[in-house]
Design a protein around this ligand. Structure first.
Ligand SMILES: Cc1cc2nc3c(=O)[nH]c(=O)nc-3n(C[C@H](O)[C@H](O)[C@H](O)COP(=O)(O)OP(=O)(O)OC[C@H]3O[C@@H](n4cnc5c(N)ncnc54)[C@H](O)[C@@H]3O)c2cc1C
Length: 343
């Protein structure tokens, strides 16, 4: 098998932030059987391998990425019915929102709250994408990966994937696993999940809701929360940081300072804080801009950049400023949701 490794490919246009340098080599992976070939090639070249999906959750260094960057472009959808469930096995390179739309049209429940999340299917388990009260791990049945350590394909059950809030085993095992397909367990029986405040409000007086109604609502709500990155004028990776999860002692300290602070129980005596709220209401950062980087005017957790004028370094420095500010004002260390590539 021979697949072309293209030298010196500019990566900025492969990411939604739209900044960053070149990959030493770039390759498009379209078939499952190309994955072991690629891994052998990486061993023979003794160089690093970076996997890229839709580039909507990465910040690529201005000095580029050493070794090979492989764009996952494996497509295909297979379905199998099991009683009221439908098992939908999907290639890692399928655009996730195309899948969500397809499933909603079939009347299959489970993915609709995750409408309009950019990127590919294969990346969804990496950070366990979530939105509007649902995490993708709730509907993942198995993840098929190529294990670079064992040099073979394995089907991992959702319970083996170490899923947590915006985290998984795939993220912590840094590059060991390449996701080639994901199997979702969806339901033909209505299963609306409308507990998230915005959705609850949207459907407050509506009855007989179908899955397409929920998708439509999520798309409408999201259009007011995220910039229009698709037109190429603004760069963004959505929420740049994770919402912090803190223990009771930290919460008590914060509540003494700020009694209105919204909190969400996550179990084990811990609560999740809304970093967007903190940045907006406590630190007055909504819409704040410095150079070509700023907080989105409608949601402070979302960073936006004028990528024609910005750089990865400028975004990184701005993000560090936010991290330092939250730490100095509230004594909380925040984490990035976006993965740094090539740094
Ligand atoms: C406007 C906007 C809104 C967003 N809203 C949300 C949201 O509501 N909820 C949410 O959770 N996220 C959100 N995101 C973040 C992002 O869309 C998701 O994290 C998405 O799953 C990333 O997919 P991707 O294909 O673009 O991955 P990439 O950005 O290409 O990659 C992300 C990481 O996954 C790894 N990776 C990608 N594919 C594979 C694979 N096949 N095998 C192994 N590793 C892989 C990469 O190496 C990288 O570390 C948003 C982003 C934007 C720009």
């Amino acid at each position: 098998m021979s697949i072309e490794l293209i030298p010196a490919v500019d990566l900025a246009s492969y990411t939604t932030l739209g900044v960053g340098g070149k990959a030493d080599y770039f390759v498009r992976i379209e078939r499952v059987k190309e994955v072991p070939w690629l891994c052998e090639k990486i061993i023979s070249m003794s160089c690093p391998l970076t996997i890229l999906g839709g580039g909507s959750n990465v910040l690529v260094s201005d000095s580029g990425v050493r070794g090979v960057v492989a764009l996952m472009a494996i497509v295909g959808i297979d379905t199998k019915e099991e009683g009221d469930d439908v098992l939908v096995r999907v290639g890692a390179g399928v655009v996730f929102d195309d899948l969500v739309e397809y499933c909603a049209r079939q009347g299959w429940w489970g993915l609709e709250n995750l409408s309009h999340i950019p990127g590919t299917v294969g990346a969804t388990p990496i950070q366990n994408v979530g939105a509007y009260g649902v995490e993708v791990s709730e509907v993942i049945d198995t993840v098929q990966v190529f294990d670079r350590q064992k040099e073979r394909f394995i089907d991992m059950l959702a319970s083996d994937c170490g899923f947590q809030y915006r985290d998984s085993l795939f993220k912590s095992a840094k590059g060991r696993f390449i996701v080639v397909s994901v199997t979702f367990r969806l339901s033909k029986k209505p299963m609306p999940k409308l507990h998230y405040a915005d959705l609850n409000q949207y459907f407050i007086s509506k009855k007989n809701i179908d899955v397409c109604d929920v998708r439509k609502a999520v798309v409408e709500i999201r259009s007011n929360k995220f910039p229009k990155w698709q037109d190429g004028l603004v760069g963004t990776a959505g929420s740049f940081f994770k919402n912090p999860i803190v223990d009771e002692t930290t919460l008590a300290r914060l509540k003494a300072k700020c009694p209105d602070l919204p909190v969400y129980e996550v179990g084990n005596g811990k609560v999740k804080l809304s970093l967007g709220w903190i940045l907006d209401k406590l630190l007055n950062r909504k819409g704040y801009k410095k150079g070509a980087v700023g907080h989105y005017e409608k949601q402070a957790l979302v960073l936006v950049v004028d990528h024609k004028k910005s750089s990865a370094e400028e975004i990184d420095l701005f993000a560090k400023e936010v991290e330092d500010l939250v730490n100095s004002e509230l004594g909380i260390k925040i984490e990035r949701e976006v993965t740094m590539v090539g740094v």
